[in-house]
Ligand binder design. Structure first.
Ligand SMILES: Nc1ncnc2c1ncn2[C@@H]1O[C@H](COP(=O)(O)OP(=O)(O)OP(=O)(O)O)[C@@H](O)[C@H]1O
Ligand SMILES: [Mg+2]
Length: 142
């Protein structure tokens, strides 16, 4: 059975209804849903963890539905999801952001270009970090 918000315990549904965002910005990044859990507690645990502002680490072989699960959580929360794909050369600048020099009206100034972590934190979006295993230890402890 495909899991939707209606499959959750009533208390959690009520909590989600209370926190529904009114913004339509980035709504095209809301996942479609469609994840079918082997055990429904997986979804319930994820919803509770995310509601508490915690991160969720998904671990499993390719094709096991990690991305589908994340998209379904985005759908349940009606919260847009930003995605970033890690590789061996992923560094702090790519994830957090970096400073650059910008020319404006003949004047040069320093500008901070926000990375996906900062953007999603500021807007309260979900951030799906794929292939987290490639992130170096120092960064993943952030
Ligand atoms: N439990 C599930 N419920 C619904 N669809 C699933 C499930 N498991 C896998 N799928 C389907 O299988 C395909 C692969 O799933 P998905 O891309 O989420 O896997 P993944 O774990 O993210 O793999 P990868 O590690 O390669 O990124 C998708 O089309 C997805 O819809
Ligand atoms: Mg995936």
């Amino acid at each position: 059975m495909t899991f939707t918000r209606d499959s959750l315990p009533t208390e959690i549904q009520q909590m989600l209804n209370r926190r529904d965002a009114s913004t339509t910005e980035d709504s095209y990044l809301i996942g479609e849903g469609g994840y079918t859990p082997d055990d429904e507690s997986i979804l319930v645990d994820c919803v509770i963890a995310l509601s508490l502002g915690k991160n969720v680490l998904l671990k499993g072989p390719t094709g096991s539905g990690k991305t589908k699960l994340a998209e379904t959580l985005s759908s349940i929360f009606q919260q847009p999801m930003y995605s970033v794909n890690c590789s061996v050369d992923m560094d702090a600048e790519a994830l957090l952001g970096f400073k650059t020099i910008e020319q404006e009206n003949g004047q040069s100034g320093i500008k901070f270009v926000e990375g996906p972590v900062i953007q999603s934190m500021k807007k309260g979006r979900f951030l799906y970090i794929d292939e987290l295993i490639w992130l170096n230890l120092k960064l993943s402890q952030f």
